[in-house]
Design a protein. Structure first.
Length: 365
């Protein structure tokens, strides 16, 4: 595919300009070592692709993508005129390390590749150490087996796709524009949020961005990868196998953030808890698979989730503990979800005028 270098250059310059204006340090790709610069450019092309394939996209609306020189695990979106989405370099390194570490352990997804050469001593890593180590070079390890290495790279790519899409969701569903508009009307002294917007409203916007991202993520098709052929055709189709691995990557990525597993019902934060977010996204992925006409969608979700829960339990040495995700999938989680959906009915009409792609989910209340 021919890439128009002028367009690429312009897009980046615009991103850098906006980042500087917002006092966020852009990562200047032209200054990066050449191998890494090529990698970053490929990743940017993927982000643009994710945006350009969106349904109902207003052709006049642009989003500028780029990276921020920031080692924290975060991504950011804004709408100063055009849309703007930045991914911290910390995110890239973190998820790259996480998936490499998981696939270096012969007990994780043993049906993928050849585990006989994987030399990682299976000693557990507790959850907080996991987060700390992933941010240091001490942790650097990669699977020996080529297919397992490829699987780890693909999984971190899929998780980054989720992150890009989540931020794109904030932009194209009008969240950023609405918040900017309301901010001009003044801020709440206690929360610092625009007047009329509560923590619950913010969680609702997060739910919408997650649902948007999950539905798009489930529609990505990997053209060719050796690990996709490693499935038992009498148990599952190749496409179903691909989706179990997408679900695995999403669940593992979120599991690392599951520091407060029992804080299911909290409304005091701008983001709801990781298991709740995951439970809602799994429901969206199941719906998306049904629209595609796939059979046994419940089983695909359950398989991906079980593989991730087992892998996570193995890695942190505590064994299988589904209590957090089960609470999110059952009554506690259901109650919280209903509060978010009620708030959605209030927020949705305010977003309608600002939608630039996709479509807003209907109100249920
Ligand atoms: Zn968000």
């Amino acid at each position: 595919m021919a890439v128009d270098l002028n367009t690429v250059q312009l897009r980046l310059e615009k991103f850098e300009q906006i980042a500087r204006a917002l006092k966020k340090p852009p990562l200047y790709i032209e200054d990066a070592p050449s191998g890494f610069a090529d990698w970053l450019n490929e990743e940017l092309d993927r982000a643009v692709y994710l945006f350009e394939r969106l349904p109902n996209r207003r052709p006049e609306f642009t989003v500028h993508f780029g990276f921020l020189e920031d080692l924290t695990i975060n991504a950011i979106a804004g709408c100063p005129g055009d849309g703007w989405v930045g991914l911290n370099v910390g995110v890239i390194r973190f998820f790259d390390q996480i998936f490499k570490r998981f696939l270096s352990d012969p007990r994780v997804l043993p049906h993928i590749g050849d585990v006989s050469g994987e030399a990682i001593a299976p000693s557990p890593v507790d959850q907080s150490t996991f987060q700390f180590l992933a941010n240091t070079h001490l942790f650097a390890t990669a699977p020996v087996d080529e297919i397992r290495g490829g699987t780890a790279s693909w999984m971190s790519r899929m998780f980054r796709a989720y992150l890009w899409l989540h931020e794109i969701g904030h932009v194209v569903h009008g969240h950023c524009t609405l918040l900017d508009q309301l901010r001009r009307g003044g801020l709440d002294k206690e929360t610092g949020l625009p007047i009329g917007i509560t923590k619950l409203s913010m969680q609702t916007l997060e739910m919408d961005a997650d649902a948007f991202a999950a539905s798009q993520l489930a529609q990505i098709r990997t053209v060719e990868a050796p690990f996709l052929d490693q499935f038992q055709s009498h148990l599952m189709s190749k496409r179903a196998h691909e989706l179990t691995l997408v679900i695995f990557a999403l669940c593992v990525g979120f599991r690392i953030w599951d520091e407060y597993p029992h804080d299911i019902g909290a409304f005091q934060s701008t983001h709801h808890s990781a298991p709740l977010r995951l439970a809602a996204m799994l429901a969206v992925i199941a719906q998306t698979m049904e629209l595609e006409g796939l059979p046994d969608t419940g089983r695909i979700v359950a398989t991906g989730l079980d593989l991730a829960e087992n892998a996570f339990g193995t890695m942190i040495g505590r064994g299988l503990d589904r209590s957090a995700i089960d609470a999110a999938l059952q009554e506690d989680g259901w109650g919280h979800q209903q509060e978010l959906l009620k708030e959605w009915s209030r927020i949705r009409p305010m977003l309608e005028a600002h939608v630039r792609a996709g479509s807003l989910a209907p109100s249920q209340y």
